[in-house]
Design a protein around this ligand. Structure first.
Ligand SMILES: Cc1cc2nc3c(=O)[nH]c(=O)nc-3n(C[C@H](O)[C@H](O)[C@H](O)COP(=O)(O)O)c2cc1C
Length: 151
């Protein structure tokens, strides 16, 4: 979730027992990727394995591109956006709540779904629309935007 806009900072919960957490602690950097609905199966599969046991990119045949600033591998297709993040060390929240804070130093989005600072959820870009895990491999796909009427 976003915690600040200027500078752009996020908070993300990453279990301390994961390989991801170990890599972040060692490198101080990570990427956050927003898979679109076309990647639901891959997202669930990748999230159900550990990088300690297998190379997820290789095992699931994930083509990657390297992010420009921090040189991080992200899926080359199927994500609506990705963020390059530099960890802001906050030992207490990391240990107590598995919550990591980071500054976003770079970001990119697919112009088919995010343009001029706005999300565009249209019938033609359903495969890129964001997914939200309900648990157990069940996801909600973000669909039509409803604008609040001024009462
Ligand atoms: C859809 C999905 C979402 C997940 N989200 C999180 C999360 O936000 N934080 C977390 O610590 N684990 C999350 N998990 C669990 C990790 O993906 C799981 O512990 C995984 O084995 C970690 O891999 P690693 O050891 O390579 O880091 C999620 C799993 C799935 C399937």
């Amino acid at each position: 979730m976003p915690v600040e806009f200027t500078p752009p900072r996020v908070a993300v919960v990453i279990d301390k027992n994961t390989f991801t957490r170990e890599l972040i602690a060692a490198s101080g950097v990570f990427a956050i990727c927003l898979p679109g609905s076309a990647l639901i199966d891959l997202t669930y599969a990748v999230g159900s394995e550990s990088g300690r046991a297998l190379d997820k990119f290789e095992h699931f045949g994930i083509d990657t591109l390297v992010t420009p600033l921090l040189g991080l591998p992200v899926p080359a297709s199927g994500c609506s956006a990705w963020l390059e993040c530099r960890l802001i060390p906050e030992r207490h929240t990391e240990d107590a709540y598995d919550t990591c804070f980071a500054e976003v130093v770079g970001a990119a989005a697919d112009a088919r779904i995010f343009r001029d600072g706005h999300w565009l959820f249209e019938s033609g870009n359903a495969d890129l629309q964001t997914i939200h895990h309900l648990g157990g491999g069940n996801f909600i796909c973000a669909g039509s935007v409803v604008r609040a009427a001024s009462l």
